[in-house]
Design a binder for this molecule. Structure first.
Ligand SMILES: [Fe+2]
Ligand SMILES: [Fe+2]
Length: 204
């Protein structure tokens, strides 16, 4: 392989040389090449937002009246925007969606529906657990995007969505999530499920 070929390979794998990264630590041996990292990021975020749409959809099917109904509708509308945005981003970057999309579709709805059937507090507890995991997940992605500095638009988008996920968590806490039966156990179980889903959706 000639030097020219090597350069081509490098150009394909790294949209900028690793040494250009802001603090020199963003790309270390063993790290994923930025384009691969970016496709995994978009894939998992699209799957996550799909799950969120379905969770709030399941909750809405049960709790559609009064203040709690309005609150869930408000969060569901924001999740719709997040989901649509990541659908567009997947198309633009030619990234395939998660192979498990039909599963996220069902499990999201089931989780939302079941939590709402247990009562408004349990629905809010589910929101707190899921949104706390998503908040941390987006924070982790933002850290990388700030160092990578090539995807300013995506950075702005995720910053905006992260603020809304944090707002959802705070709304859940303000609406008695912590009074739900078995709150600490439910938090552990739902957070565990959400973290597991994130790891799988990045790859599959
Ligand atoms: Fe969202
Ligand atoms: Fe959210």
């Amino acid at each position: 392989m000639s030097v020219g070929d090597d350069k081509d390979v490098e150009r394909v794998l790294f949209s900028r040389p690793p040494s250009d990264l802001e603090d020199g630590t963003a790309f270390l041996p063993g790290d994923l090449p930025p384009p691969l990292r970016l496709s995994r990021m978009l894939r998992v975020d699209q799957a996550g937002e799909q799950g969120a749409v379905r969770i709030y959809g399941g909750q809405r099917a049960v709790l559609h009246e009064g203040e709690v109904g309005e609150l869930i509708a408000h969060m569901a509308e924001q999740e719709e925007v997040h989901y649509r945005t990541f659908n567009e981003l997947l198309n633009r970057h030619a990234v395939r969606p998660s192979l498990l999309a039909p599963f996220w579709h069902r499990i999201g709805y089931a989780l939302g529906y079941a939590s709402a059937r247990l009562g408004a507090e349990s629905a809010m507890a589910c929101t707190v657990a899921v949104e706390e995991v998503i908040d941390a997940h987006y924070a982790h992605q933002l850290e990388w995007l700030r160092r990578f500095r090539e995807q300013e638009e995506l950075l702005d988008t995720i910053e905006r969505f992260q603020a809304e996920e944090a707002e959802h968590r705070d709304l859940g806490l303000a609406h008695d999530a912590e009074s739900a039966p078995a709150y600490p156990l439910a938090q552990r179980v739902i957070k565990g499920m959400a973290r597991w889903a994130i790891r799988i959706a990045e790859r599959l």
